[in-house]
Design a protein around this ligand. Structure first.
Ligand SMILES: NC(=O)c1ccc[n+]([C@@H]2O[C@H](COP(=O)([O-])OP(=O)(O)OC[C@H]3O[C@@H](n4cnc5c(N)ncnc54)[C@H](O)[C@@H]3O)[C@@H](O)[C@H]2O)c1
Length: 317
């Protein structure tokens, strides 16, 4: 039995507690930001986004810096990308070698380069023992024990495998990778490509856009110094598939494909939804426009222009 801390009790943080509890670990789910959610979770043990009752054995608490002084066997970070900076602040003076597992998907523009979530955390403390976990995972399905697959990445594959042993169950299977950059970049940019695929006029168009997206993802992963084969793994086409067939990003893509601008579609159809691909577009567009040739990634550039400039999406393919 291991003692595991989860930071972030949104859909994914809470869903991730299910395989851990199944493996008889002692799990504490904490919330650093959303006090309304914390109140509901603490009072009812019901998760409003997952629409399930959480396990009785799951401990639910507000996240505070004191919690980090407890000896944990694994710390899981499951906040959205916007919250990574604040978690980095808490971990600034963290001296332990406790494995930290980052579930958050996203990229940040840092001065003149694009960095991953784990790189951003390492900026606050170089010594953190960070692994990342990505892949196709609808939190609702994981929370209902629908068989799901994930990839744990660390340059030291032994550390990744040790984490895999803690989290794997018969319904949550783990694969491993030492290509941390490739896994993080793939899992982030698939949100942009799922919008592009969603914009197809029909399945025929979307399939061709899927093929072209994979080609561009390969180029980008190599550009950002990951391994191109990672694009063919769970964090790449695995995650791209699940986002393209049924996620908020592909839904936004569908509206863009129908001729709405991003702002019109957001206001009219998706006012309350977070569109992670759009947030990412705002983050990386200045870099991509400057450093990456339109000839290499025409779909990505067309989508970024549509989001950033609020133009109609024009895909010339
Ligand atoms: N690795 C995987 O298998 C996997 C699967 C699904 C989602 N995800 C990723 O996990 C992350 C969370 O997804 P989710 O579906 O749980 O989202 P969610 O919106 O349900 O939850 C977001 C969490 O982040 C916290 N948060 C938001 N803003 C914050 C801030 N400024 N400071 C601190 N905390 C803040 C919220 O309070 C909440 O705990 C996303 O990056 C998502 O892409 C990963």
């Amino acid at each position: 039995m291991k003692k595991i801390l989860i930071i972030g009790s949104g859909a994914m943080g809470a869903a991730f507690s299910i395989p851990l509890i199944d493996n008889s670990h002692k799990v504490t789910l904490t919330e650093p930001y959303n006090l309304k959610l914390l109140k509901i979770l603490s009072l009812k043990k019901f998760h409003p986004a997952l629409k399930i009752n959480l396990p009785k054995k799951l401990v639910i608490k507000k996240f505070t810096s004191d919690i980090l002084s407890i000896k944990w066997d694994l710390i899981v970070i499951a906040v959205s990308s916007i919250g990574i900076d604040s978690i980095g602040e808490y971990l600034k003076n963290f001296k332990k070698t406790t494995p930290i597992l980052v579930l958050t998907k996203g990229l940040k523009l840092d001065k003149n380069k694009i960095i991953t979530m784990s790189e951003q955390l390492k900026k606050s403390n170089k010594k953190l023992n960070i692994s990342v976990l990505k892949g196709p995972c609808l939190a609702k399905e994981l929370s209902r024990k629908v068989k799901s697959y994930t990839v744990v990445a660390n340059k030291n594959i032994k550390i990744a495998k040790n984490i895999g042993n803690i989290i794997s169950t018969n319904f949550y299977r783990t694969e491993y990778s030492n290509d941390v950059k490739g896994v993080e970049f793939s899992s982030a940019i698939k949100n942009i490509y799922s919008m592009i695929i969603g914009s197809g006029q029909g399945n025929n168009t979307s399939s061709a856009l899927f093929r072209k997206s994979v080609e561009e993802m390969e180029y980008l992963i190599k550009f950002f110094k990951g391994k191109k084969e990672t694009v063919y793994g769970l964090a790449g086409i695995g995650d791209l598939y699940v986002s393209a067939v049924g996620g908020r990003n592909s839904k936004m893509g569908e509206y863009l494909g129908k001729g709405f601008t991003f702002k019109q579609a957001k206001k009219k159809f998706m006012r309350e939804d977070t569109i992670e691909g759009a947030d990412l577009a705002f983050e990386i567009a200045p870099y991509v426009f400057k450093k990456i040739s339109n000839k290499k990634v025409p779909l990505m550039i067309a989508l970024l222009k549509a989001i950033i400039k609020n133009n109609k999406l024009k895909i010339n393919y």
